[in-house]
Design a protein around this ligand. Structure first.
Ligand code: NAD
Ligand code: TDX
Length: 341
């Protein structure tokens, strides 16, 4: 009997983590077909995938996860049997300025995707969630998979809503779902609105670096490729219905990260500007990833010591990539490369 073809719908594959995941899977699993389904919001950048576009195993579909009809047509056309859902509005500050689109994409979009996945009886549905659904920690302690959900921002509330829907589709309809909850990622192709790329880009342009509040908020940073390998592990070895926390054991206050980047770039600390705090700013995130390490044998390959310099170097080597984001030119790529075809 021949092995069935694996056709993975990667939603949000033109965003930061999605891009890295598409690249990771094409290299690691050359027999799989990867269908990147992305709406191309401001955060989607097809230039990220320029040199994989011609690969036979890669297809791009411009589409919205809220659009059931387009999803159905895509599932049918490409015989989708696995879904990895990265598509989301992902920036906390934007959710404070306007929460509606977060509910539309993160909650309704996920529910629409679940419904279509049920109709097409997919073999696995991976929901890429976040540690932010657990809320905020004090000076001590870690988030485990049993920590109650206590989201504090409209972003994390919408992600928590999606997680509960995924759980409900598993419990009620036996859709084979798994949820991953990862800590803060960093690495190549991250949109320069998030802390690490923002600091690098502003420093290289000798512009002020806004640090919220006292700068002592702590995040648990994970190199994006380690997140990709964790998702691949959960996809192949995870147990359906389970939640897996993913983290790097790499806690650091924001000011320390900013200082390390400035030191690497030989830029002065006088660029740091302490500004009004983010409303509802979570103080500390720290992930206990014992479960995925013990049950599935995953562990991160990198630490800040190895991967932060590599990340900064990537932004130095790819100045044109982020300059085209700052100018807005990156948004013309789809029109020029795809619509004319
Ligand atoms: P991102 O903002 O860089 O990318 C999101 C992508 O989703 C973009 O390409 C965008 O065009 C696409 N998209 C948005 N709305 C869509 C819609 N309605 N239909 C189809 N596509 C749509 O985000 P990211 O940082 O790559 O995060 C990816 C996922 O991982 C998100 O679900 C996020 O919650 C989660 N996550 C992120 C981090 C992190 O540190 N960045 C950590 C843990 C979990
Ligand atoms: O200009 C800034 N100044 C600043 O001090 C920005 C953009 C951020 N910060 C602080 C806020 C946070 O304490 O840096 C920390 C990191 O901020 P972000 O990069 O916005 O990430 P965070 O809010 O922690 O959320 C991220 O990690 C979890 C992702 O954006 C989410 O999508 C993911 O779920």
């Amino acid at each position: 009997m021949s092995t069935p073809t694996v056709n993975i719908l990667v939603t949000g594959g033109a965003g930061f983590i999605g891009t890295n995941f598409v690249r990771y899977m094409l290299a690691k699993r050359p027999a799989y077909n990867i269908i990147n389904y992305d709406k191309l919001t401001y955060a989607g950048n097809l230039e990220n995938l320029k040199n994989v576009e011609t690969k036979q195993k890669y297809t791009f579909v411009k589409g919205d996860i809220c659009d059931a009809e387009q999803l159905k047509a895509t599932f049918e056309k490409y015989h989708i049997n696995i879904v990895v859902n990265f598509a989301a509005e992902s920036h906390v500050d934007r959710s404070i300025l306007g929460a509606k689109v977060f509910v539309e994409t993160n909650v309704l979009g996920t529910q629409t995707l679940l419904e279509v996945s049920k109709e097409f009886a997919v073999k696995r549905f991976i929901q890429v969630s976040t540690d932010e659904v657990y809320g905020s920690l004090g000076e001590t302690g870690f988030f485990t998979e049993e920590t109650p959900l206590q989201a504090n921002s409209p972003y994390s509330a919408s992600k928590a809503g999606a997680d509960l829907l995924v759980r409900a589709y598993f419990e009620t309809f036996k859709l084979p779902c798994l949820i991953t909850r990862c800590s803060n990622n960093y690495g190549p192709y991250q949109f320069p609105e998030k802390l690490i790329p923002l600091v690098i880009v502003n420093a290289l342009n000798d512009k002020p670096i806004p640090v919220y509040g006292d700068g002592m908020n702590v995040r648990d940073w994970l190199f994006v490729e380690d997140h990709c390998s964790a998702i691949d592990t959960v996809l192949h070895k995870g147990k359906v219905g389970e939640v897996y926390n993913i983290g790097g054991n790499n806690e650091m206050p924001n000011t320390e990260i900013v200082r390390r980047i400035l030191a690497y770039l030989q830029k002065p600390e006088s660029l740091i500007k302490f500004v009004t705090d983010r409303p509802g700013h979570d103080r500390r995130y720290a992930i206990d990833s014992t479960k995925i390490q013990r049950d599935l044998g995953w562990k991160p390959a990198d630490t800040f010591e190895t991967a932060l310099p590599r990340t900064i170097q990537w932004y130095l080597n790819n100045r044109a990539w982020w300059e085209r984001i700052l100018s807005g030119d990156y948004q013309k790529y789809y029109e020029l490369q795809y619509e004319k075809r």
